[in-house]
Write a protein that binds this ligand. Structure first.
Ligand code: GLC
Length: 549
């Protein structure tokens, strides 16, 4: 059994450079106490399954004390476990079990904003304009007569505007405060040294407990531009994929100083503690700045995550990502989904075609050099749940958008584990989960898939095993060598020594441009009389390719 080295004996292995990291959305993973919400004891019980899947680490979404206005990304106390999720003792037990199984544990840190129920925000409201307590957040007077207009025109990411005006108990209006997300998530003022010191202390709190790293929420948002200027002209007219990055409050140069300081803290602990940034930047080159040697270890690759199922687009993104990251000697990360996006089975077309593409995409992703993030349930081929009843929707985007955007709950439906009826072992018998689990998910449950040859679970388990065993995979020693044409409907690349991956995006079967023994395929491949194979549409194949490199 692999064990995590603890204490000062942990040498520099660079474990994170090629790690397979599994995202646990704690609310929806496993519910040990049957209150309908997943919890840390549930995570602990199910960790052996993840070890068997063959991952290296887990990332846990927030389980801190929270009123749950945004699923826990609204933290009221950064050093406490919310009773829904358990206790600090449950956390310690979970961590010890994970380490005993050879799994590292990364936790989420949410530094851009607190919950409006955080002690600091209560103090700010109480203390009033001009007070030191208000300077921990971003309070401003409004514009126009009586300050009735917000200080600037920034939209909230969840819809509506990014400012809310306070009222005194007698109803008279006073200052506005900034919230890039929900009004229950006031933005912190990172120009204030007290805010910086507090988060450094929070990092140490969890590092002292033994966590292996952090996933930094909205890492690109902490520092706001001087003077809080309005949105750029023509912003609403820009293409949706560019629009996000034209927001003036993202990716300011000032964020890097914060992460350099955090890196010093991480490096002061033994055992290679790491940080991965949720950092959105306009170009791969800007994103790579977060990964300079004295900053963070990894950043999510949102270009890859958002890409359509099209070979030329994926190829362009893969090349640009590898190139940008090479410039700072950082591994690339690859992910097909997370708790904020529509699940890939549905994104790629839904139903059988969507599942077929998602399986092919998994083999493509797991064959690329660098680290990979898997979102819970993708190893089961779960689709997005598109028909959740309106009354169960909890994502703040639903109400903030005037009930036009159903939000992200459809990818957050609890996991089906085992048993004949919903919620399929998510909690003890009789558990009513916070989101209903479709009855049809029985055939997708871990139990059913574990005994079904060719299941998606089997595909992921085998792929993860080969990824560890084959010297060409994981970090590998080199990059990838393209064997297909950039404009073609196929991606074929070789990795040294002796490996090739072929993904057919076209409508017709193709013959791989090189000979090789198939190691694994996302759908059955046919062998011809001459021993060559045909790769059907929407299928990926891994080959042992003697002459590949
Ligand atoms: C990140 C999280 C998302 C959350 C937002 C605000 O994007 O992934 O779930 O709503 O930050 O904290």
């Amino acid at each position: 059994m692999r064990r995590i080295p603890t204490g000062s004996s942990g040498g520099a292995t660079g474990w994170w450079r090629a790690a397979a990291i599994y995202q646990i959305y704690v609310r929806s993973f496993a519910d040990a106490d049957g209150d309908g919400t997943g919890d840390l004891a549930g995570v602990r019980e199910r960790l052996p399954w993840l070890a068997a899947l063959g991952i290296d680490a887990v990332w846990l979404t927030p389980f801190y004390d929270s009123p749950m206005a945004d699923g826990g990304y609204d933290v009221a106390d950064y050093r406490a476990v919310d009773p829904r999720f358990g206790t600090l003792a449950d956390f310690d037990r979970m961590l010890a079990t994970a380490h005993g199984l050879g799994l590292r544990v990364i936790v989420d840190i949410v530094p851009n904003h607190t919950s409006s129920e955080h002690r600091w925000f209560a103090e700010a409201l109480e203390a009033g304009p001009g007070s030191a307590a208000r300077k921990r957040y971003i309070f401003r007077d409004g514009r126009g007569p009586d300050g009735a207009e917000p200080p600037n025109d920034w939209p909230s990411i969840f819809g509506g505007r990014a400012w809310t005006r306070l009222r005194r108990p007698d109803g008279t209006p006073e200052e506005w405060y900034l919230h890039l997300f929900d009004p229950a998530q006031p933005d912190l003022n990172w120009d204030n040294p007290e805010v910086r010191a507090e988060f450094e202390d929070v990092l140490r709190f969890w590092l002292d407990r033994g966590v292996d790293g952090f996933r930094i929420d909205v890492a690109h948002g902490l520092v706001k531009p001087e003077g809080l200027p309005d949105m750029p002209k023509g912003y609403e007219l820009s293409r949706p994929d560019n629009r996000e990055m034209r927001r003036p409050y993202f990716d300011q140069d000032g964020v890097h100083e914060i992460y350099r300081q955090w890196r010093r803290i991480l490096d002061s602990y033994p055992g290679e503690r790491v940080a991965v940034a949720e950092a959105k930047a306009a170009t791969p080159a800007r994103a790579a700045l977060y990964l300079r040697p004295d900053e963070l270890h990894q950043a999510f690759n949102f270009d890859y995550l958002g890409a359509p199922w099209q070979a030329p687009v994926l190829r362009r993104i893969i090349d640009a990502s590898l190139q940008a990251n090479a410039s700072v000697d950082a591994p690339t990360t690859w992910a097909l989904s997370n708790h904020d996006v529509v699940r890939q089975v549905t994104r790629f077309g839904g139903g059988e075609p969507g599942l077929r593409r998602a399986r092919a995409a998994a083999l493509l992703t797991l064959a690329l050099p660098g680290a990979v993030y898997l979102y819970q349930g993708e190893e089961l081929g779960l689709p997005e749940v598109l028909d959740l009843p309106e009354e169960v929707l909890e994502d703040p985007a639903w109400e903030r958008s005037g009930r036009t955007d159903r939000g992200r709950d459809g990818c957050r439906v609890p996991l089906p584990w085992e048993g004949p009826t919903a919620p399929f072992g998510f909690g003890p018998v009789g558990t009513k989960p916070w989101l209903p689990v479709p009855e049809g998910w029985r055939r997708l449950s871990r139990e059913v898939q574990a005994s079904t040859p060719g299941s998606t679970l089997e595909l992921y388990t085998t792929a993860l095993r080969l990824r560890r065993e084959l010297p060409a995979l994981g970090a590998g020693t080199g990059g990838i060598d393209w064997l297909s044409d950039p404009a073609a409907d196929v991606l074929t690349f070789a990795r040294s020594p002796g490996f090739a991956c072929v993904v057919n995006f076209g409508a017709m079967p193709i013959r791989p441009p090189l000979a090789g023994e198939p190691l694994l395929s996302s759908a059955p491949v046919a062998a011809e009389d001459d021993g060559s194979i045909r790769v059907p549409p929407d299928t990926a194949v891994w080959l042992r390719a003697a002459a590949a490199a």
